[in-house]
Design a protein around this ligand. Structure first.
Ligand code: FES
Length: 159
């Protein structure tokens, strides 16, 4: 009887501690996002940092949510998407830091092999065919790439 109560209290304490740590990290990231933002969004990279065919992962704090995302340079144009496959809620690079197919013509989800068109985010092959990645607004300004939160309600995107 007592053992059950002690174990329940122990696991409840662990759970609450986990929530607290998560909250502390959230506020730390929120403060950092404010420091690194200006009109147009959060500064994600210098233009020369992300060359054609390159990817940079980042996160945004939007309203009360943290969004994991990635920035790509596809044929000289920058695009940013939430790092979440449209088939299931896994990141595209679930296993390793890889977003492009070998030939660089498509984005690939490594979980089940869905292929996305880099410029539009449209899934052109695989279980999510016809759906699109969630696009984030990108602005190139003064040699820097800024990405902003998407407009509207996107709570369904949050972790
Ligand atoms: S989770 Fe991406 S293709 Fe299945």
């Amino acid at each position: 009887m007592y053992l059950t109560i002690y174990l329940s209290l122990f696991f409840l304490s662990l759970y609450l501690l986990g929530l607290l740590i998560r909250r502390v990290y959230f506020f730390r990231d929120q403060a950092r996002m404010l420091q690194e933002s200006r009109p147009g969004g959060r500064v994600i990279a210098r233009v020369e940092e992300v060359g054609p065919g390159s990817v940079k992962k980042f996160w945004l704090i939007c309203q009360k949510y943290r969004l994991d995302a990635f920035l790509i340079n596809y044929q000289g144009t920058f695009h940013a998407y939430v790092n979440r496959c449209r088939h299931m809620t896994t990141p595209l690079d679930f296993v390793r830091y890889q977003f492009f197919t070998e030939d660089g013509s498509r984005l690939v989800c490594l979980t089940h092999g869905a292929l996305y068109e880099p410029a539009s985010g449209l899934c052109v092959e695989g279980p999510c065919k016809g759906l699109s990645l969630y696009r984030l607004p990108v602005l190139v300004d003064r040699g820097q790439v800024l990405v902003d939160c998407p407009p509207g309600d996107f709570s369904f995107l949050a972790e």
